[in-house]
Design a protein around this ligand. Sequence first.
Ligand code: PMP
Length: 442
Amino acid sequence: MSTDLMPNRYRPGEVNLPARDAELIARRDAVLGLSYRLQYRRPVHFVRGEGMWLYDPDGRAYLDFYNNVPSLGHCHPEVNAAMAEQAARISANTRYLEPRLVDYAERLVDAFPEELNRVVFTCTGSESNDLALRIARLASGGEGVIVSSYAYHGTSAAAAAVSPNLGDAVKLSPFVRMVSLPGPAGIPESQAADFFEAQVRSAILDLNRRGIGVAALLIDSIFSSDGVWVDPPGFITGGVAAVRDAGGLIIADEVQPGFGRTGIHMWGFERHRIVPDLVTLGKPMGNGFPIGAVVGRKAPMERFGATARYSNTFAGNTVGIATADAVLTILQRDQIPQHALAMSEQLRAGLEGLAKKHRGVRAIRNAGLFFGIDIGPDEIAIPEKRAMALGVVNAMRDDGVLISTTGANEDTLKVRPPLVCQAEHVDLFLATFERAITNVAV
Ligand code: PMP
């Protein structure tokens, strides 16, 4: 596992910066909390975004193949107009009668399988997971949470305590159990489902033997922070059934795969042919406006609603709702998931072509427009693979294309462009990637 908390970052003294950026960094360092880190060896400084592009103060354009929050593109005019129009009228809260809240809630749950017919709004993905854990614990009577071994589920105390990705210094809950994924463990696809189920069953046994009980299996169905392990579709189903048998709930963390990222499907869990009990949403829901939600089955939601007093100052405010409503309208009207699928096929074909030519591309995995590309040939050591991956990311950054790394070893490129990318953007990405992989020494 990488011990560096953020390998793809700026380290003082490593590069010469323009005075403008050096001064801004000095001011940041003097005032911001110390947990902030700047991405890339040479930090990026943006003043404007439009569609697939981000612009620095000199007007240089960078192609964004990294940010999945503005999944409809940066500063989408229609989304911004809906946001501004509502901000100019009223930003009401959920304790007042307001039709837009209900209209959007109806439209949102309509985009889910019919069992999932209740929604509670939040402001962030972390908050969604935090709330889902509270609901699951209350509904199941258990405390234990099962997660993948390099999962990330958020920043709140409860979400961080179930996020092994945050590194050794962040204490995990004594009630969390980590399960290995078949892909990174080198298990063939034909045995992946059995392997996953066996892992989950032994976690359940342990939680029950200690009297902790099982509250939930909490998973990001594309396992993005574990390195994007998406195949074979359905490999989680045995583990899901085992958790249900043990009285636990299934929480699908859709903060990364949700809202069409995986192509065809609106939600990542659909690829695995399961219907979870609770679904947590965030990132692309407002195309940049902070809004999230927990969508769930009626029974656990009712249980929570009947026993816990829950109110949230900002979540469900009408400006966020109007913004999210515009996002959902555009996603559905313009068939963005289908478009994302077509673009992902073009990108995959291009990457496969490059993998044949370049030994540095070890493996390619994707679900729609979320790609993990393992860098470095098999025979080199993990730190060398990581160095290569970071070399590629930073060469591409210098060449005007943004991506980053992920996975336990941080030797996997994380590529997740806004869903509205076009063929010409995919071609530009591929050409830039080829230059980088050619120039970064093995
Ligand atoms: N879950 C997953 C899978 C995530 O990737 C993230 C954010 N990277 C979160 C939850 C937390 O979301 P937020 O940063 O909006 O709190």
